[in-house]
Ligand binder design. Structure first.
Ligand code: CAA
Length: 258
């Protein structure tokens, strides 16, 4: 399988390993990375020789969110016309079980990508959160819907309204992750879990994934579409420009409430 710039793709037996590879931006999810990741996951999904997929980042960051530099100057019309983030629905359409191997930061879109995966193995150094509010936006890749389902309303509200991050132990208690392991063992644990799943019947594993998702996703689709539209509309505000510019300029934002 070909390696592309923003990710690397390997096959190890019946496991497909996709590693996010934008270290200079802590694996921020720009359009190119999303396109590459979705294409790689779809290709592995179509391959009957692959029984499970692992998505991993680096030790410092699984992914630090959607790419703020790519979005900062966009306006509402552009976000809406491009239906920004809609491409992620091809990732959640993957039928092969997907395991997230999470070390370091899984923030914003990074946390949302984690929640699109079926099983989450986290290192002790993992940090989860939805800090979008600090940038003058809201989650736009499903976070408001999936986090609320994963950890409940009160905790999801607190994280989304304050931008606070959770460490791995809190995330495990809250039900966001399947298992916490020593940071150095994350990939091995994820690969061995994937190999176990890969040893099962692939159609039966797909069916098992589909029925668990049916319990989890009923009415989720409408919520995701609603969230994406409201996310796009944050780009009609001055505070989105201020919040994202302030991050890039490494200063505190001065929100004007408009
Ligand atoms: N987008 C673009 N670039 C990013 C980025 C992002 N989400 N996160 C980090 N980077 C870049 C930084 O700008 C920096 O680049 P330069 O060297 O060119 O300055 C580089 O990655 C390293 O980052 P830091 O110097 O900030 O590293 P740190 O160790 O001091 O801090 C961090 C790490 C706490 C994760 C910090 O980078 C951070 O807060 N990142 C942003 C997190 C965030 O707000 N994510 C949400 C994005 S919006 C979103 O995801 C919307 C949605 O719902 C999908």
């Amino acid at each position: 399988m070909t390696d592309v710039k923003t990710i690397t793709v390997e096959r190890r037996g019946r496991v497909g390993l996709v590693t996010l590879n934008r270290p200079e931006a802590l694996n921020a999810l720009n359009l190119e990375l999303m396109t590459d990741l979705v294409a790689a996951a779809s290709e592995l999904d179509a391959d009957p020789g692959i029984g499970a997929i692992v998505v991993a980042g680096s030790t410092k960051a699984f992914a630090a969110g959607a790419d703020i530099k790519e979005m900062v100057s966009k306006d509402y019309q552009e976000m809406y016309a491009a239906d920004w983030f809609a491409g992620w629905s091809r990732f959640t359409a993957v039928r092969t079980p997907v395991i997230a191997a999470v070390s370091g930061y899984a923030l914003g879109g990074g946390c949302e990508l984690v929640m699109m995966c079926d099983i989450v193995i986290a290192g002790e150094n993992a940090k989860f959160g939805q800090p979008e509010i600090k940038l003058g936006v809201i989650p736009g890749m499903g976070g408001s819907q999936r986090l609320t389902r994963a950890i409940g309303k009160a905790k999801a509200m607190e994280l989304i309204l304050t931008g606070r991050t959770m460490d791995a132990a809190e995330a495990e208690r809250a039900g966001l992750v399947s298992r916490v392991v020593p940071t150095g063992s994350v990939l091995d644990e994820a690969m061995s879990t994937a190999a176990t799943i890969g040893s099962m019947s692939l159609p039966i594993a797909m069916m098992a994934k589909e029925v668990v998702n049916a319990a989890y996703e009923t009415m989720l689709e409408n919520g995701i579409r609603f969230e994406r539209r409201v996310f796009h509309s944050t780009f009609a505000t001055e505070d989105q420009k201020e919040g994202m510019s302030a991050f890039i300029e490494k200063r505190d934002p001065e929100f004007k409430n408009r």
